[in-house]
Design a protein. Structure first.
Length: 196
C-alpha cells in the first residue's frame, strides 16, 4: 500500500468516524429530551391569604407560533390535558374569549371535580390573562407570557388561586405543583407533536 493510498484510507475512516459520532450525539440529544419530558424549569409556590401564588418558568422546544396555537386551542384541550374533561369557547369578542371547562384534579388518593368559566384576554403571541368569572374556586387569575428562547419558547406562568369547598380541604402546595406540572407537561407534549 502506498503512502497516498494509506492517507486516503485514513481520511475516509476519519470522515466515517465523525459521521458516526455526530449521529450518536444526535441520538443522545433525542434520548435526553425523551427522558426529560417535564417542561418545568423552576416552580415556586407560596401561601397567601387562604390561597396560593405559583410562579412557573417552562420551556417548550417549539417555535412560538406553535406554542401559541396550542395554548389558545381551548375547544380541544380536553383531548390532551388529563385533568380537563370538557372545554369550549362559549363567547368571543375580538381578543377576549369566555372559556368554559369541567374536569377533575387528582393527586394520589385525593381528588376534586371542578368547573370554571374564565375570561381570556389575549395579546396575540405574547400574553394570555385568564380571570375566573364563575366556577369552583373562590378566586382564580393567571397570566401566561410567551417569548422566543433560542430554538424554542419560554413560558412564564403566574397563577393566583383561592380554593373553595372541597378544593380548599384537598389543595396544598404539593397538590398544586403536581396539577400544574401534569397539565403543562401534556400541553408542551401536544406542542411537540404538532411541530413534527
Amino acid at each position: 500500500m502506498t503512502i497516498a493510498t494509506l492517507a486516503t484510507s485514513v481520511r475516509i475512516h476519519c470522515r466515517h468516524g465523525l459521521r458516526v459520532l455526530a449521529a450518536l450525539a444526535g441520538v443522545a440529544a433525542v434520548s435526553a429530551f425523551a427522558q426529560d419530558k417535564n417542561p418545568v424549569r423552576s416552580f415556586d409556590v407560596v401561601e397567601n391569604d387562604g390561597g396560593y401564588v405559583a410562579t412557573v418558568v417552562m420551556f417548550a422546544p417549539v417555535a412560538t407560533n406553535v406554542a401559541w396555537d396550542v395554548l389558545t386551542d381551548f375547544d380541544n384541550m380536553n383531548k390532551w390535558v388529563p385533568n380537563v374533561r370538557e372545554s369550549k369557547v362559549s363567547a368571543r369578542d375580538g381578543n377576549t374569549l369566555t372559556v368554559e371547562q369541567k374536569g377533575v384534579a387528582r393527586f394520589g388518593l385525593l381528588s376534586f371535580n371542578y368547573e370554571s368559566a374564565r375570561r381570556m384576554q389575549l395579546d396575540p403571541k405574547n400574553t394570555i390573562l385568564s380571570t375566573q368569572v364563575a366556577g369552583s374556586m373562590r378566586r382564580l387569575v393567571s397570566l401566561m407570557k410567551v417569548s422566543p428562547d433560542g430554538a424554542g419558547t419560554r413560558l412564564d406562568y403566574k397563577l393566583e388561586i383561592e380554593p373553595a369547598g372541597i378544593a380548599a380541604t384537598v389543595m396544598s402546595k404539593k397538590f398544586l405543583q403536581h396539577e400544574v406540572t401534569e397539565q403543562f407537561t401534556a400541553i408542551v407534549g401536544e406542542m411537540v407533536k404538532r411541530a413534527k
